[in-house]
Ligand binder design. Structure first.
Ligand code: ZN
Length: 155
C-alpha cells in the first residue's frame, strides 16, 4: 500500500506534538486539508480542525488553496478557538483530585492489628513483585489470626 503524499502547500506548528507539520490538500471534492506531523497523518474533517488547518497554516507562496467547504468564517473561528483555549486551560488547571486522594489514604494495614512490613523472604532485587504479595500475605495472615482468635474465643 504505497501512499504518496500530496504536494506540501504549507506548514503548521502542531500544538499537540510541537512539530512543524506539513499541510496538504486531500483528494476528493470537499477540498479538505490534512496535516502530517509527529502525530501521524491528521485528517480530521470536522469544521474546527479544518478551520485550524486553514487559518493556522503558513502557506507557501501561491500555494494557498480555497478554504475547505466546512471552514468557519474567520470571526467565528476566532471565537471558537478562544473558547477552546479557555476549556483547555480549565482542564489543565484542575487539580488531579483522584490521585491526591489516593495518596492521602496511605496503604496502612487495614485490619489495624498487623504492621505492614516487608516479609523477610522476599529479596530486595524484586521490588515490583513485592507490594501485591506482601499485601495478600498480610490479608491471609490477618484472616488466619482472626480465625484462630474466633476458634480460641469459641472454645
Ligand atoms: Zn502533531
Amino acid at each position: 500500500m504505497a501512499r504518496v503524499d500530496k504536494p506540501v502547500l504549507g506548514t503548521r506548528q502542531c500544538p499537540d506534538c510541537g512539530e512543524s507539520g506539513s499541510i496538504h490538500l486531500a483528494a476528493g471534492k470537499r477540498g479538505s486539508l490534512y496535516q502530517r506531523c509527529g502525530c501521524g497523518c491528521r485528517q480530521e474533517n470536522g469544521r474546527m480542525m479544518q478551520s485550524r488547518f486553514y487559518y493556522e497554516a503558513e502557506w507557501r507562496p501561491d500555494c494557498k488553496p480555497d478554504a475547505p467547504a466546512n471552514v468557519y468564517p474567520l470571526e467565528e473561528y476566532r471565537e471558537k478557538l478562544a473558547a477552546l483555549h479557555e476549556r483547555n486551560r480549565a482542564a489543565v488547571g484542575q487539580p488531579d483530585r483522584e490521585s491526591q486522594q489516593s495518596r492521602e489514604v496511605a496503604p496502612v494495614s487495614e485490619t489495624g492489628n498487623e504492621p505492614v512490613t516487608k516479609p523477610d523472604f522476599i529479596p530486595e532485587e524484586k521490588p515490583e513483585a513485592e507490594p501485591e504479595n506482601s499485601k495478600k500475605g498480610l490479608i491471609w495472615l490477618g484472616a488466619g489470626l482472626g480465625l484462630i482468635a474466633a476458634i480460641v474465643g469459641a472454645a
